[in-house]
Design a protein around this ligand. Structure first.
Ligand code: PXL
Length: 289
C-alpha cells in the first residue's frame, strides 16, 4: 500500500501547558505536510519551568508502543526524539531506532538536558551519561550550548571561541552523528546577535546562521527549532537551507511574542506563525565557515 505522506515517530513528553515537546512538534510537522506518530515519554501538567508540575513517567509503556508498532509493520521516514522521562528511556529509544531502521532514514536526537548552564529540574547526571550513548545512533543532533558542554563533559561557558567550538562539533560527530547543530551560540563580536553553527561530517563543512538576539527566554524554542529542522530535511532541503528556515521561524516567533506584556513561560505564539511554514524560505543568510 502506498502512502504519499511521510511519517515521523516523535518521542517526546506531552506537557499540558507551556508549548514544548509534542505540543510543538505535532503542529509544526503537520503544517509541513508530515504525519506525526507520537510516542509520549511522560505526561506533565506543564513543562518543568512552572512550579508544581505533575509528572507521569511512561517508561514502562514505551516498549509496548514499540512492540505494537512492530506488529503493525509501521515504517518511518524519520525518528525524532527529544525530552525523555527517565534515563532508562534512552535504551528504549535506541532499540526503537534499531527495530525501525530503514534506508535513507533520518534519525534526529535532540539531547534535551538543560539551558543557560543548568540541567532541567526533572533530570540528573545519569541522563547526561545515557544521552552520550544515545547520540551515537543519530544522524542529526541539535544540542544547545549548555547541552553541548554536558555531552563533551566540560564545564559550561557562556561563550566559546569559534575554533574551539568547531573542535567540539567534530568531536561529537566522531561519536556517530553525521550532522551536529549547536544552537544558542552567542557571537563574540557583539552581544546583539546569536547564532547556530553546524558541522556536516561527510563534506567536512561548517555552516553558520546568525540572527538578532532578543533579551527574553521562551521555553520550547529548542523543540521548535529541531522540529523545523526535521521537517525541512524530510522535505529534501539542504542543511544550510534547513538551518535558515529554522532560525527565521524562531526569530519570527519571538518577534510575534516579544511586543506583548506576557508570561514568557508560555513559549512563543506559535499559532500566529505556523502558516509561514508552508512558504519557501524567504531570506537566506547562511555562511560557510
Ligand atoms: O523544551 C524542553 C522541555 C521539554 N519538555 C519538558 C520541559 C522542557 C524544558 O523545560 O520541561 C517537560
Amino acid at each position: 500500500m502506498h502512502n504519499p505522506v511521510k511519517k515521523v515517530a516523535a518521542i517526546h513528553d506531552l506537557s499540558g501547558c507551556g508549548r514544548v515537546s509534542l505540543t510543538v512538534a505535532i503542529p509544526i510537522l503537520s503544517a509541513m505536510g508530515i504525519q506525526v506518530c507520537p510516542l509520549p515519554t511522560a505526561v506533565l501538567s506543564s513543562h518543568t519551568q512552572y512550579p508544581g508540575f505533575t509528572f507521569l513517567d511512561l517508561t514502562d509503556q514505551m516498549p509496548l508502543f514499540v512492540d505494537h508498532w512492530k506488529q503493525l509493520d509501521l515504517k518511518f521516514d524519520a525518528i525524532y526524539s527529544g525530552f525523555l522521562g527517565s534515563s532508562r528511556q534512552t535504551a528504549i529509544v535506541a532499540s526503537l531506532i534499531d527495530e525501525f531502521a530503514g534506508d535513507g532514514q533520518l534519525v534526529v536526537v535532540d539531547p534535551v538536558l538543560g539551558d543557560n548552564g543548568k540541567l532541567y529540574t526533572s533530570l540528573d547526571g545519569e541522563m547526561i551519561a545515557q544521552m552520550r550513548v544515545l547520540i551515537r545512533k543519530a544522524v542529526v543532533i541539535t544540542p544547545n550550548l549548555t547541552e553541548l558542554f554536558m555531552l563533551i563533559d566540560k564545564p559550561y561557558r557562556e561563550q566559546a571561541p569559534l575554533d574551539e567550538l568547531k573542535e567540539y562539533l567534530v568531536m561529537l560527530a566522531d561519536h556517530g552523528p553525521e550532522i551536529v547543530i549547536v544552537t544558542s551560540v552567542p557571537e563574540d563580536r557583539t552581544a546583539k546577535t546569536t547564532s547556530v553553527v553546524a558541522y556536516e561530517k561527510r563534506s567536512k563543512r561548517f555552516w553558520k546562521v546568525s540572527c538578532l538576539y532578543f533579551p527574553a527566554h521562551y521555553p520550547g524554542t529548542g523543540d521548535t527549532f529541531t522540529s523545523v529542522i526535521t521537517g525541512s530535511l524530510m522535505q529534501g532541503d539542504s542543511l544550510p537551507i534547513a538551518l535558515d528556515r529554522a532560525v527565521q521561524f524562531i526569530l519570527m516567533g519571538i518577534r510575534a511574542t516579544f511586543g506583548y506584556e506576557y508570561d514568557n513561560r508560555d513559549g512563543i505564539l506559535l499559532e500566529r506563525i505556523l502558516p509561514t511554514l508552508q512558504a519557501p524560505v524567504q531570506i537566506s543568510s547562511y555562511e560557510l565557515l
